[in-house]
Design a protein. Structure first.
Length: 279
């Protein structure tokens, strides 16, 4: 088990004064069987009114609004969270199980397409080829193999609005793209699959008390008789280094920050994630 401090700071700098802004932050780690949040707070500068609710997918959301002229806004989430390795993935579901009305009805929302995970003839064809001769769990691993053969990890090559197919056409992308392309293939086979957002501590042998630059990260969960987490970008099951924040159908369900503001001109964005292993 690890205990970590995660500090995620996002700064907006507006070209002209903004008279009002309305925002949602999904920056609070989940508490579940693998993870326990000891403390979390979300603060803003300038100070704002805020309240918290849990959305449809079970993600904690902090909403806040600011009704005074401002040219900068900083949002900082600070958490202390304990993480452990997840339970071993189940492989009890057969293809017949996945095709059953009960499973398709229960997981309908994570079997369909989204703007980030659209259908295509190519991915449908590849999905059929990857499923042939494999059980569902092995098909998940084969999917990740294929995604990694088609995409090269290159930071900055895609944006938050890019779909998995956009990345496939370019042949490169970031963790969001590796996750979305994996979801497209898995869902085409009939395997329920979810997008997960969170953080990754980059050092497996991290020293206690050493603050390092962490990463906002994305991976997937696939249902093959039970949900299990897999990181397509690094081709590995997740471990104590991973901190999950939320899951959903795609990035659209779990953006770290989103909002609107009243004013003219664009804004510059700066994001810093700092992670410290405490135990």
């Amino acid at each position: 088990m690890w205990r970590m401090r995660v500090v995620h700071a996002t700064g907006y700098a507006y070209r002209t004064p903004v008279t009002a802004s309305y925002n949602e932050a999904r920056l609070t780690p989940r508490s579940d069987s693998r993870q326990n949040v000891i403390v979390n707070r979300v603060e803003t500068a300038p100070a704002t009114r805020s309240f918290r609710y849990v959305d449809y997918w079970g993600t904690a959301v902090t909403t806040f609004d600011l009704h005074a002229p401002h040219i900068e806004l900083e949002v900082t989430s600070s958490s202390v969270v304990e993480t452990d390795k997840p339970e071993a993935p189940r492989r009890t579901a057969s293809w017949d199980d996945l095709r059953s009305a009960a499973v398709r009805d229960r997981y309908n929302e994570v079997l369909g397409t989204t703007r980030y995970t659209p259908e295509s003839k190519r991915t449908d064809r590849v999905g059929r080829q990857l499923a042939k001769g494999r059980d569902p769990r092995d098909a998940v691993l084969a999917t990740v193999d294929w995604v990694r053969s088609e995409l090269t990890y290159v930071p900055g090559t895609t944006g938050v609005h890019s779909s998995g197919l956009d990345a496939l056409r370019k042949g490169k992308g970031v963790c969001q793209d590796f996750a979305h392309l994996s979801l497209i293939l898995l869902r085409s086979m009939g395997i329920p699959a979810r997008y997960v957002s969170g953080y990754l501590h980059p050092q497996e042998d991290a020293g206690i008390g050493e603050a390092v630059e962490g990463e906002s990260h994305a991976w997937i969960q696939a249902w093959t008789g039970g949900w299990w987490n897999y990181d397509p970008t690094n081709h590995t099951e997740i471990n104590e280094q991973y901190v999950s924040v939320g899951f959903g159908r795609s990035y659209a369900d779990v953006p770290p920050l989103k909002g609107v503001y009243l004013g003219q001109g664009s804004s510059d964005l700066d994001v810093i994630v700092e992670m410290t292993r405490l135990a």
